[in-house]
Design a binder for this molecule. Structure first.
Ligand code: IPM
Ligand code: MG
Length: 357
């Protein structure tokens, strides 16, 4: 089969990690007889430099017309002083919105071979964890009305959190559907003791839960969830939450897996075309030094094969190769508490993964 993939390498370590994932896709193509046609598009800081805007129309069109999008990361200190609507991050938000990608799946699990790298207490590590964070991605405070105005104490800024019933219903269904394929447990995270949006969130999630009698649902306040994630992460199966809470909690979840360099994500909408990207950022401090961990992006490519193209066997082959490199003790520099020896470069890690496919 032929698949058309839009490649959005972006900034910082984006190009290195996307190139690694493309090498993996090529290997999969050879082994299983597929052709992945990859077309690069600019977004983020590099697009600002080249065209003056973070998200050129051509990129949006290219991504919409592709079968799927693979993205590296955007942003960097060079563009930090740009006004809000011209920042590189606007490209990512714009793409998510333009493609209607309201569901963000962020799996986080503790690899057996990385138990040593987990910063939690041994008795907690022993139990392991394997959770799927389902983050709402096109609503909430990220996309609400914002601005500057004169307030009670002089000049002030505001951002608004708004959620419609429809937006909560569809992300709740995505979470319950995901739970049906896993351990049938959903934890819905909100701040219903304070926020009206959270109260609507909670009542809507419970109404949708009635359609899924085989799945259990528990509510948890976000401050408690932040604590529970490090106190007892094994209690979670599927976690569903708003855009901003999901952003914060997924970084926290990544740290207890050993490194943020390991976590992939899939952003999905109503159509099959989705956007696949690591959850980490552009890491400008190590950009261009061949030090980045390509695993999160390689696993994002695996999620693309599984979700966008229904290529489960091919996705398994990538995931098994990643398991194998980690089991063999191979580590890039980001994996905390790493054992002795020189860490592998981005290219070397990719080579090792390729050998195991
Ligand atoms: C993420 C990132 C983005 C977000 C930034 C870069 C806009 O942190 O994907 O988690 O906040 O969604
Ligand atoms: Mg984030």
């Amino acid at each position: 089969m032929q698949y058309n993939i839009a490649l959005v390498k972006g900034d910082g370590i984006g190009p290195e990690i996307v190139d690694s994932a493309v090498r993996v896709l090529e290997k999969i193509g050879e082994k299983f007889g597929h052709t992945f046609n990859c077309t690069p598009y600019l977004a983020g800081g590099c697009a600002i430099d080249a065209c003056g805007v973070p998200l050129p129309d051509e990129t949006v069109e290219g991504c919409k017309n592709a079968d799927s999008v693979l993205l590296g990361a955007v942003g960097g200190p060079k563009w930090d002083k740009m006004p809000g609507n011209l920042r590189p991050e606007k490209a990512l938000l714009g793409l998510r919105s333009a493609l209607g990608l309201y569901t963000n799946l962020r799996p986080a699990r503790l690899y057996n071979s990385l138990k040593e790298e987990c910063p939690l207490r041994p008795d907690i590590v022993e139990k392991g964890f394997d959770l799927m964070m389902v983050r709402e991605l096109t609503g909430g405070i990220y996309f609400g009305e914002r601005g500057r105005r004169d307030g009670k104490y002089g000049p002030e800024a505001y951002d608004t959190e708004a959620y419609s019933v429809m937006e909560v219903e569809r992300i709740a269904r995505a979470a319950f559907d995901a739970a049906r394929k896993r351990n049938k447990k959903v934890t819905s995270i909100d701040k219903a003791n304070v926020l009206e949006t959270s109260r609507l969130w909670r009542e809507t999630v419970h109404r949708i839960a009635e359609e899924y009698p085989d799945v259990t649902v528990t509510d948890m306040l976000v401050d408690n969830a932040a604590m529970q994630l490090v106190r007892n992460p094994s209690q979670f199966d599927v976690v569903v939450t708003s855009n901003m809470f999901g952003d914060i909690l997924s970084d926290e979840a990544s740290q207890i897996t050993g490194s943020i360099g390991l976590l992939p994500s899939a952003s999905l909408g109503a159509s099959k075309c989705g956007l696949y990207e690591p959850i980490h950022g552009s890491a400008p401090d190590i950009a261009g030094q061949n030090k980045a961990n390509p695993i999160a992006t390689i696993l994002s490519a695996a999620m693309m094969l599984r979700y966008a193209f229904d290529l489960a066997e091919e996705a398994d082959a990538i995931e098994k190769a990643v398991d194998a490199v980690l089991d063999d003790g191979l580590r890039t520099a980001d994996i905390i508490g790493r054992s002795e020896g020189t860490p592998l470069t981005c290219t070397e890690m990719t080579d090792e993964i390729l050998k195991r496919i």
